[in-house]
Design a protein around this ligand. Structure first.
Ligand code: FEO
Length: 164
């Protein structure tokens, strides 16, 4: 069993992953409405991945004999400025999540909670990948600029992302 402090922090993070799933789903919905189905697909896959992250926390809390306490999920934005602005926001969000994971890892270390440390290790590695994939899209969109045909071609490419 972990400490009450750790249980709360893990539950808070479970909520953060659920919010990420919700945020990316809102971004997907926006892309659907602007006729960019490939971008929408990418975001739907990302949202699904975030649900998977949330469930890892859910399962881990239960495995350790803790209590999952679900909290309200904040309302995500409805409208966005542009594909680039969306992916910049996604990247910013991933960087925040990485910092939160680092804080949890630090807490596990301080409490000598080695099981939590090992559990969190997966997320430390995953966040490197999460930041990298959002950043790759940001860079591509910067290159595309306002060239609509290139944007549509890239949309087709992102439409090929499958769930992991
Ligand atoms: Fe669950 Fe994208 O971090």
């Amino acid at each position: 069993m972990f400490s009450k402090k750790m249980q709360k922090a893990l539950n808070d993070h479970l909520n953060a992953e659920l919010y990420a799933a919700y945020l990316y789903l809102a971004m997907a919905a926006y892309f659907e409405s602007t006729h960019l189905p490939g971008f929408a697909n990418w975001m739907r896959m990302q949202s699904r991945e975030e649900m998977g992250h949330a469930m890892r926390f859910y399962e881990y809390i239960n495995e350790r004999g803790g209590r999952v306490e679900l909290q309200a999920i904040d309302k995500p934005p409805v409208n966005f400025k542009s594909p680039l602005a969306i992916f910049e926001q996604a990247l910013k969000h991933e960087r925040v999540v990485s910092k939160e994971i680092d804080k949890l890892f630090d807490m596990a270390r301080k409490e000598k909670d080695y099981a939590s440390e090992v559990f969190l290790q997966w997320f430390v590695t995953e966040q490197v990948e999460e930041e990298r994939s959002a950043e790759a899209v940001v860079e591509a969109l910067k290159m595309i600029g306002d060239q609509r045909p290139a944007l549509l071609m890239y949309d087709r490419e992102l439409g090929q992302r499958e769930s992991e």
